[in-house]
Design a protein around this ligand. Structure first.
Ligand SMILES: [Zn+2]
Length: 460
């Protein structure tokens, strides 16, 4: 990186033209700072980028600031450490707790994948190494330094920052960063205007530079009450005397579903069938919600009924017994897009019966089994063989932890003046462009769509 006194350099090393791999490098004078350090996920072309050397030597980065604990924002940290990074990783308190759960799970998946590749010899590298190990994931957590919202943190003579609430998942943050005489706002992943469990995102009135996510930049969430949507699927499965299987993301989505179930139970709108959260990671993430009770909006009574909405299952033997039981029930289990996890054991046993229902309650990325089910395939492959899809497949559209186009615009309207520089990141090209056009027409802004690997100069 070339350094200069007359401008701040902003380089998108990921999360540009895609929703994964978020990494934004800020360089000024002789200082480099990274906002987010995410893993590329989804299509193979993107995943291969995780194996490429970073465009900057990790040893020359002075600090990392993390917006939240999702893997596409923190999942590259173990590699950064292995490649020589030795400085602080700043996050909120809950982000560190979730990061430990998420990174260690990611390390486990990486180890399992390389083991499978070696066993079936479908690798050109012999033996295949994992992208990183559980031990490397655990080690990277030691570099975390945690903060509360609104607390200013001095990074060096020219840089300081603070976290503001982003309302996306517990501990999620918008980053306000001052570099020299310039103010930067990084939206991170922006939550809904009325999140189920979190406080709505903080509003901001001024900045010189805005880096704004655009995951739902071209779309609106349907105006359906998620509780009603879930209720309908639950009752229709109950009336068939079937099993409702919900592939669930362990962080936030599992807790949102438990919260909705607790509301239905309180209103006596819930049938007499047991509910299980069969996910060690989901159980841990639910505990985090309790541990950091000040960081979300539910009161103690609501948190208690959320916690008792389901039987929480971590133990593998207990899980096997529930899988083997054919009686009506509701099961929430990972992974959310059916790429692995305990949900596959449920599908193995219960996918072949019309009585049962699979409810996809989250985004299903291209190439995943979840997406294939949504698209109506008649069979899916897992555990080495094809399985007939006889169970009913339903999708829930109303749950999302990302602001949609109208919510992003509403948040953007709080700025007193147009920021001098606006970059749209964390979106597929059509999503970012949809938002660009809207911001231009409605607010008169002139946003740029962030391009991967390109350095933008902000004069000081
Ligand atoms: Zn996120």
């Amino acid at each position: 990186m070339k350094h200069s006194d007359d401008h701040i350099a902003l380089t998108f090393l990921g999360g540009a033209g895609t929703v994964t791999g978020s990494k934004i490098l800020i360089s000024y004078r002789d200082q480099n700072l990274l906002v987010d350090c995410g893993l590329f996920q989804g299509l193979k072309k993107l995943r291969l980028l995780n194996w490429k050397q970073l465009a900057i030597d990790p040893k020359s980065i002075g600090a990392v600031i993390l917006t939240h604990a999702h893997l596409d924002h923190i999942g590259y940290l173990p590699i950064l450490v292995r490649d020589g990074y030795k400085n602080e990783m700043h996050s909120t308190h809950p982000t560190r707790a979730l990061a430990k759960i998420i990174l260690e799970d990611s390390g486990k998946i990486q180890e399992e994948e390389s083991e499978r590749a070696n066993r079936h010899k479908y690798t050109r590298h012999a033996p295949a190494n994992p992208l990183y190990t559980v031990a490397e994931a655990t080690q990277s957590i030691n570099y975390f330094v945690t903060h509360s919202y609104l607390e200013w943190v001095i990074v060096n003579n020219d840089m300081k920052f603070r976290f503001l609430n982003a309302g996306h998942i517990i501990g999620s943050a918008i980053v306000e960063l001052i570099v020299g005489n310039r103010r930067f706002i990084f939206s991170g992943d922006l939550g809904r205007s009325q999140p189920l469990l979190m406080h709505p995102p903080d509003t901001i009135t001024e900045t010189d530079v805005l880096i704004l996510e655009s995951t739902y930049g071209d779309r609106l969430h349907p105006g359906i009450d998620p509780k009603e949507e879930l209720k309908e699927v639950i009752w229709s499965t109950y009336n068939k005397k079937g099993i409702l299987m919900i592939p669930t993301f362990a962080v936030e989505r599992a807790q949102e579903l438990l919260f909705l179930i607790s509301l239905l139970k309180e209103e006596n709108n819930f049938p007499g069938m047991p509910v299980f959260l069969d996910s060690p990671m989901g159980v841990d993430a639910t505990e985090t919600l309790f541990e950091y009770s000040d960081w979300q909006k539910l009161n103690l009574t609501a948190r208690r009924s959320l916690n008792s909405a389901a039987q929480l299952i971590s133990n593998a033997r207990a899980s096997r017994a529930i899988v083997a039981d054919d009686k009506p029930k509701i099961v929430l289990a990972g992974s959310g897009m059916l790429s692995g996890g305990r949900i596959l054991h449920y599908l193995d046993r219960h996918l072949g019966s019309k009585k049962n229902t699979i409810l996809l309650a989250g985004f299903q990325a291209a190439g995943t089994r979840g997406r294939a089910l949504v698209e109506g395939v008649s069979e899916i492959k897992f555990f080495g063989s094809y399985h007939q899809v006889k169970a009913e497949v339903r999708q829930m559209h109303s749950l999302s932890s990302h602001a949609d186009q109208s919510e992003i615009l509403a948040w953007a309207r709080h700025f007193d003046q147009s920021p001098a520089f606006v970059f749209l990141n964390h979106g597929e090209p059509h999503q970012a462009d949809g938002l660009r056009v809207k911001l231009r027409h409605e607010l008169g802004w002139n946003p740029k769509i962030a391009s991967m690997g390109v350095t933008y100069r902000i004069p000081v």
